[in-house]
Design a binder for this molecule. Structure first.
Ligand SMILES: Cc1cc2nc3c(=O)[nH]c(=O)nc-3n(C[C@H](O)[C@H](O)[C@H](O)COP(=O)(O)O)c2cc1C
Length: 210
């Protein structure tokens, strides 16, 4: 099976059948998310892996009536940093340099330029930038899930303030940006399962400049 086979197999499941995803598969999916690239390598987000049924039940009231959370296990929540701070940026470079056995002086010029930029950009822009990195990580998780024939639905349609409150994210400097319920498609009740996958044609999608 190729990556393209996996991408054709997957779809944004609307109903899951309640079978929990084995821990080894969840670990594989989370590892794929962890290995995603991110701008400057900062990984400015956390992934919450929620198996707790009570918490998932509470969160299922925050998705405007969508069904996916009701039968998922686990639910992944991608929560992006609310802002880039000097402390967060410095922690990353110190850790990177320590792991590479390099002195901090090696990255000081780059780190200083980056800090100037993010401290000037402000919280809203910084959070959006962090959220974009979280989305890339979520895509890696989705591809890993598809490879193992595990379903998931990326969900932006949720009441973020409520999710943040239930998970106490704001106190941790985080804001929920994407929900990713994991599970297995409900072959009997998912109206989307047999619908054609619709994408723009290659000639209207790719702009080739030869
Ligand atoms: C960032 C993002 C947010 C999405 N939010 C939702 C959502 O809140 N609820 C939902 O049912 N599907 C959601 N989707 C699924 C898309 O509707 C779906 O991926 C798209 O229609 C293409 O269909 P396919 O994934 O089944 O191929 C989202 C997808 C992405 C990438």
């Amino acid at each position: 099976m190729s990556l393209l086979d996996d991408l054709h197999w997957r779809y944004a499941a609307k109903h899951l059948n309640g079978t929990p995803v084995p821990q080894a598969d969840v670990d594989y999916i989370v590892e794929a998310a962890r290995m995603a690239p991110s701008s400057s390598g900062l990984q400015p987000f956390q992934v919450l892996v929620i198996r707790n049924a009570d918490l998932i039940a509470q969160l299922s009231h925050c998705v405007y009536g969508n069904q996916q959370l009701q039968n998922c296990s686990p639910l992944l929540v991608f929560a992006a940093w609310d802002d880039y701070t000097e402390e967060r940026v410095n922690e990353f470079f110190s850790r990177q340099n320590a792991e590479r056995n390099l002195p901090d002086s090696v990255t000081d010029a780059y780190r200083t330029r980056l800090l100037e930029h993010v401290l000037h950009a402000g919280e809203t822009e910084n959070h959006h930038h962090a959220a974009k990195q979280a989305f890339l990580s979520a895509m890696c998780a989705m591809m890993a899930a598809a490879e193992r024939r595990i379903d998931c639905t990326p969900m932006e349609g949720f009441e973020a303030d409520k999710v943040d409150a239930i998970l106490n994210l704001r106190a941790q400097g985080l804001r929920s940006t994407l929900l990713l319920p994991l599970g297995y498609r409900d072959e009997h009740n998912d109206w989307l399962l047999h619908m054609k996958k619709v994408r723009r044609s290659d000639d209207t999608f790719a702009i080739r400049l030869d």
